[in-house]
Ligand binder design. Structure first.
Ligand SMILES: Cc1cc2nc3c(=O)[nH]c(=O)nc-3n(C[C@H](O)[C@H](O)[C@H](O)COP(=O)(O)O)c2cc1C
Length: 180
């Protein structure tokens, strides 16, 4: 199973729009189940001091970990650039799911990274930073990352990404990840 994780909890994030597009493309191209997890849509009742105690963690968090993390063997993280790196909400989520059964989350699994930014960098630095985290957790990261810069120029008025070269590199990236 492939999990696509939209890496911001900001409401109506552009990251989720792009992650939804990726979800649709992967569902068409991959011959295996694909799921989309949006950090902005999950309950946020697991951010409290006891979150590091597995006996006191919220059950909803365990269900999300079971379904989208433990149940996946491949991941695509779609990560917006926040202050030059990946969002703190994404790290908080990784920390929260690392309390219970953390060894099986990412070890020997594979991941691809897509960076989103309004500026020119396409979150290349944030993808590098997040690669370090995933390597620490035992995952292998596809060397070819996909930076999407100037995201606002690529969307039409309805927020759909219609830019042909972007759709082309996206499909190439997805095919590489499926073969990885
Ligand atoms: C808290 C915050 C920090 C941001 N920092 C940067 C940044 O350092 N560089 C950049 O190019 N864009 C930055 N942005 C813009 C986002 O990368 C841009 O809006 C992009 O569409 C993805 O963010 P979103 O998924 O929250 O919409 C920032 C946005 C927010 C909300």
């Amino acid at each position: 199973m492939i999990s696509i994780i939209s890496g911001s909890n900001r409401k109506n994030s552009e990251c989720l729009r792009f992650a939804t597009l990726i979800f649709e493309r992967v569902s068409q191209l991959a011959g295996e189940p694909t799921k989309l997890l949006a950090l902005e849509e999950i309950p946020h009742d697991w951010f409290f001091p006891e979150m590091y105690d597995k006996g006191k963690q919220n059950k909803g968090l365990a269900d999300i970990q079971d379904e989208y993390i433990l149940g996946a063997d491949k991941f695509i993280f779609v990560i917006p650039e926040y202050n030059g790196t990946f969002p703190g909400a994404l790290k908080l989520f990784i920390d929260a799911v690392s309390v219970r059964q953390y060894k099986d989350n990412f070890k020997l699994k594979k991941a691809g990274l897509v960076g989103i930014s309004s500026g020119r960098a396409g979150n290349t630095r944030g993808m590098d930073h997040f690669t370090t985290v995933l390597h620490h957790l035992g995952a292998s990261v596809l060397p070819n990352q996909l930076p999407i810069s100037r995201i606002h120029d690529l969307m039409n008025d309805s927020g759909e990404v219609t830019d042909a070269p972007t759709l082309e590199v996206l499909d190439k990236f997805i095919r590489e990840l499926l073969d990885f």
